[in-house]
Design a protein around this ligand. Structure first.
Ligand SMILES: Nc1ncnc2c1ncn2[C@@H]1O[C@H](COP(=O)(O)OP(=O)(O)OP(=O)(O)O)[C@@H](O)[C@H]1O
Ligand SMILES: Cc1ncsc1CCO
Length: 273
């Protein structure tokens, strides 16, 4: 059993600087979430400073939402330096299936940058793989079957030699060999924009204190637990949005307690955390 609360304790102790190239929609939420869990955010965007910023950071999150040529160039440079300095790179290919432009640019970026973790919804995983595209803008599709896209995620992890965290009603985490299903949480997270982006920065914070598979699994579990707690205690979406940060600031205590969110080894037995 992974002691997820201990990992969050390590994050607070290490206070990693997480360089996040975010998007125009969720930048502020991503920065505040990193602070809430005890990491430090830096959101740089000028290509000229990518080497310096990457050198002083402990993890890099490349969120490819609200893209343009300059952003892709900046993300590629940050990713290349993160690989050079051997620190984790989280790639969030926001809405990759929404346009041919994104598809070509993200494909090119992934030829130059070795990702550590790809965090994407089902449609984005399938677009990355070039299989049946289910993208509709930047958001998750409602999943009719909980195993949707799982084999695609496994192939993607094998092809890119990284961990894939595929989100939706159930999350699926795989390194191409070992796979896990994380069940539970609340669909309220789909009513607040950028909750996938926020999960990606949690992966960045955790990947500094543990291996990529454990980081993705722990981030997925923790965010689903927070989604569930927020659903149970908020009166509406405004309050729910704020409560994401309130619960995140107590993440060690929250993940110490047993919740209805479960982790199953794919094809294996159920773990209660
Ligand atoms: N139907 C659902 N029920 C419960 N949780 C869900 C559901 N759909 C998504 N989630 C959760 O919402 C969070 C964000 O995942 P989602 O797949 O919506 O990301 P996304 O589409 O990239 O989001 P965004 O573009 O808003 O950042 C994850 O923690 C995921 O587990
Ligand atoms: C709504 C939206 N549009 C571009 S990025 C974003 C936030 C979810 O990634």
């Amino acid at each position: 059993m992974i002691e997820i609360n201990h990992l969050w304790g390590k994050v607070r102790e290490a206070n990693p600087l997480v360089h996040t190239i975010s998007n125009l929609v969720s930048a502020n939420d991503c920065a505040n979430l990193l602070l809430a869990v005890g990491a430090s955010p830096i959101m740089a965007s000028a290509i000229q400073e990518m080497e310096d910023i990457t050198r002083i950071s402990q993890a890099t999150v490349l969120n490819l939402g609200t893209p343009n040529d300059s952003k892709y160039a900046t993300c590629t440079k940050a990713g290349v330096y993160a690989n050079k300095y051997a620190h984790p790179v989280i790639v969030d290919p926001v809405g990759i299936g929404a346009s041919l432009y994104r598809k070509e640019k993200v494909t090119q970026l992934l030829k130059e940058v070795q990702p550590t973790i790809i965090r994407a919804n089902v449609g984005e995983v399938q677009s990355l793989l070039g299989s049946k595209s289910q993208a509709r803008g930047v958001d998750s599709f409602a999943q009719s079957h909980s195993d949707d896209g799982q084999s695609d995620a496994v192939v993607l992890a094998q092809q890119l030699d990284c961990v894939v965290l595929m989100t939706g009603k159930d999350d699926f985490v795989t390194n191409g060999t070992h796979s896990y299903l994380i069940e539970g949480g609340s669909s309220i997270l789909t009513k607040i924009t950028g909750t996938g982006d926020m999960l990606s920065v949690l992966c960045g914070a955790l990947s500094n204190v543990t291996d990529p598979l454990t980081a993705a699994l722990s981030a997925s579990y923790s965010w689903k637990v927070i989604g569930k707690l927020v659903k149970e205690s908020s009166a509406g979406l405004g309050q729910a949005h704020r409560q994401l940060f309130d619960y995140a600031s107590q993440i060690e205590q929250i993940t110490k307690i047993q919740h209805t969110v479960t982790i199953h080894e794919s094809g294996g037995r159920k773990h209660d955390n």
